[in-house]
Design a protein around this ligand. Structure first.
Ligand SMILES: Nc1nc2c(ncn2[C@@H]2O[C@H](COP(=O)(O)OP(=O)(O)OP(=O)(O)O)[C@@H](O)[C@H]2O)c(=O)[nH]1
Length: 311
């Protein structure tokens, strides 16, 4: 996922987004194919885009674009889809960036943040597998020291990926673990260090303090570390993802977003308002549970898939 996408990635993307694209095409596209462009059709478009969670800002602009287009009576389906994909892509193009851990300093430290259940551990595991497959020496650090189950799950991913694993007993200081692990990774020439963190939102300020402490101790070793902080957000929680982005984005120096479980919702359009609300770009998306289902975010490909178009 850090290199050019593998063969078949677009069909995985389309399959993952099929629930969303079905919603988009059935409701939006058919309205324009059946009748000439009218105010009623535009109003329908607006409603459907909002229902797909694209958010009011993007929706207004997309509707305005369609108003300018003035489809003749009976525009064909392909034309409508192309126009819609272009309009959605225009909303996202400024909000994409690559996650490229093998192109940065060594070891490249990535911190994973997000609420429990967002797909943090799975995302980290998928990245580890991809990097070890490329020959990188990878260390996984379980800095969620309070939950034995989280540690165990991460260990399984580490074994599967062939990555080394650092953890501590229940309740150990996560920042201390992160410091020692990073020190070891430098001494032993690791390429990448992936640090999983806790995600208990019910105690927001303690959680943020803990994240900031981890960041502080990493900076003692290298002022530029962590070199990436990825906020993992679950698309199935819909607009709640926006609230999570606000909480983490304000305090945890997030440098990139990962939106997971886009295959589990018909409202994958929620990625649009989340991207637009965030200072950090979208770097990766999850469209299934398999290792190959974590993909680099490509605004154009995402938009085409979202409306059910071929690459
Ligand atoms: N369908 C689908 N499931 C996903 C995706 N990403 C993660 N999951 C699943 O979501 C569930 C939660 O993922 P975890 O990685 O355990 O989430 P976490 O944020 O680490 O949560 P904790 O382990 O509770 O801290 C798991 O069952 C994953 O398999 C995705 O892109 N698509």
């Amino acid at each position: 996922m850090t290199d050019a996408p593998k063969k078949g990635w677009f069909s995985r993307l389309s399959e993952g987004l099929s629930r969303s694209s079905r919603q988009m095409t059935e409701q939006v596209v058919s309205a324009f194919v059946k009748e000439p462009l009218s105010e009623a059709a535009l109003q329908g478009l607006e409603e459907h885009l909002l229902e797909s969670d694209l958010g009011p800002r993007a929706t207004d602009r997309i509707v305005a674009r369609f108003r300018e287009l003035r489809f003749a009576a009976g525009a064909n389906e392909l034309e409508v889809k192309e126009a819609l994909a272009e309009a959605v892509a225009a909303e996202l193009i400024g909000h994409q960036a690559r996650y490229a851990p093998l192109e940065g300093p060594r070891p490249f430290v990535t911190l994973f943040v997000g609420v429990n259940g967002s797909g943090k551990t799975t995302t980290l595991g998928k990245i580890a597998s991809d990097l070890t497959a490329q020959g990188a020496k990878v260390m996984i650090v379980a800095a969620d020291t309070f939950r034995a189950a989280a540690r165990e799950q991460l260990k399984v991913w580490a074994e599967r990926a062939g990555a080394d694993f650092e953890s501590r007993r229940d309740g150990a200081d996560p920042a201390g673990l992160a410091f020692d692990a990073y020190t070891k990774a430098r001494a032993e020439n690791y390429d990448v260090v992936l640090i999983d963190t806790a995600g208990r939102l019910q105690n927001k300020s303690a959680l943020m303090d803990e994240l900031l402490k981890i960041v502080r101790v990493l900076k003692k070793i290298d002022p530029d570390a962590p070199h990436e902080t990825l906020l993992v957000l679950d698309a199935t929680v819909g607009r709640n993802a926006l609230a999570q982005e606000q909480i983490f984005g304000r305090t945890a120096y997030v440098s990139g977003l990962v939106m997971t479980k886009l295959d589990g919702t018909a409202r994958g359009g929620v990625l649009v308002p989340v991207a637009q609300a965030s200072d950090a770009p979208i770097k990766l998306i999850g469209v299934g549970e398999g290792v190959d289902d974590l993909q680099p975010f490509d605004a154009r490909a995402f938009s085409r898939s979202l409306v059910g178009l071929e690459n």
